[in-house]
Design a protein around this ligand. Structure first.
Ligand SMILES: Cc1cc2nc3c(=O)[nH]c(=O)nc-3n(C[C@H](O)[C@H](O)[C@H](O)COP(=O)(O)O)c2cc1C
Length: 321
């Protein structure tokens, strides 16, 4: 698949997930074979104002490339300025958030609110397109409350403005995460646009990914919740698309991925912040496994990286037994 000048090795993309797709998480996804990773959403306002914590979100490493950085905002001039900062940071793709339905974001006119203001959306995309040469994508919902019509309108505007690909999560903003993603909207958008369409929503296993690709004709699948604590989903999708059986998860594999995630977190943020992050984040990898609830309770009290590694070793022994 092609996004502007960028060629993807496979039709798999890690969704932008606030509070989740930080640098260590993205590295795990790439190591599992995901072809393109998206950052957490980054506030254009905070970036332009020079907030150090926001600027830190742009940090990357060669091993995770290609990286797409997602911005949210609603002022065309500020967005163009922030876009130039993202391009200067070395990001391979810039994405604009048209889907976030969280009150804090929507009340500033950003995220899914932009789907209700097509003229502003057009001005914003034109300004951003002028500011950067790197491949540009947008991530849509199907609309604010009416399904599809707004996505079709925004998709056409994006294409006209020189956007290189459109990702769509076919739920309305009002729906948030309820109900099922309406994949027929992905197919309909794909049929209307010349630029590539990335399908998103409710891909929880390799079979779902294969079905989304064949049912909708989309160019790539974007996986969000299905990858949280289970980056292996990308390797399983790759096997499925090659029509090969995915090797079953080995006994020690889950613990090895958790240890890798802990090591990457400590390397990226230092042992103190790394261990704080592990209190909540290690639990993601233990959903649905025997002893998971006990592990998560113990993990919530982690005070050092040594404790994190000991807990993982304990879980590994239990899983092998
Ligand atoms: C915890 C969480 C955080 C999210 N953060 C973002 C975000 O920062 N930007 C964005 O465009 N979408 C965000 N989303 C939406 C996802 O990218 C994706 O569209 C949605 O989860 C549907 O895909 P899925 O069914 O594969 O999870 C978030 C979703 C979740 C569950």
């Amino acid at each position: 698949m092609q996004i502007g000048s960028l060629t993807l090795e496979a039709p798999t993309v890690l969704a932008p997930l606030a509070g989740i797709t930080n640098l260590p998480f993205r590295l795990l996804a790439r190591e599992a074979g995901c072809a393109l990773v998206y950052s957490e959403m980054v506030s254009a306002e905070a970036l332009v104002r020079g907030q150090p914590n926001t600027f830190a979100l742009l940090r990357s490493l060669p091993a995770e490339k290609p990286l797409a950085v997602q911005l949210f905002g609603s002022d065309p001039g500020r967005m163009a300025e922030a876009a130039a900062m993202v391009a200067a940071s070395g990001a391979d793709v810039l994405d604009i958030n048209f889907g976030c339905a969280v009150k804090k974001v929507v009340k500033t006119g950003s995220g899914a609110a932009l789907m209700r203001t097509p003229k502003l959306a057009q001005a914003l995309l034109a300004a951003v397109r002028k500011a950067v040469r790197i491949p540009l994508t947008i991530k849509l919902r199907s609309g604010w409350e009416r399904s599809a019509a707004q996505a079709f309108e925004l998709g056409a505007i994006a294409q006209e403005c020189g956007v290189d690909a459109v990702a769509i999560h076919p739920r309305t903003a009002v729906q948030k995460f309820s109900g099922r993603a309406d994949w027929s909207v992905i197919a309909a958008l794909k049929a209307r646009l010349k630029i590539p369409v990335i399908g998103n929503g409710d891909v929880f296993c390799a079979e779902d990914a294969a079905r989304m690709l064949s049912e909708t004709g989309c160019d790539a699948v974007m996986v969000g919740r299905g990858a949280i604590g289970y980056p292996r989903i990308f390797a399983e999708i790759a096997s499925r698309l090659r029509e090969e059986p995915a090797p079953p998860e080995a006994a020690g594999e889950r613990a090895a991925v958790m240890r890798r995630y802990a090591e990457l977190s400590a390397a990226c943020y230092g042992p103190q912040i790394g261990s704080q992050l592990m209190r909540h984040r290690l639990g993601w990898f233990t959903k649905g496994i025997r002893g998971g609830a006990t592990f998560r309770k113990a993990a919530s009290a982690i005070a050092s990286m040594e404790e994190a590694y000991e807990l993982i070793a304990g879980l590994e022994r239990a899983m092998r037994a």
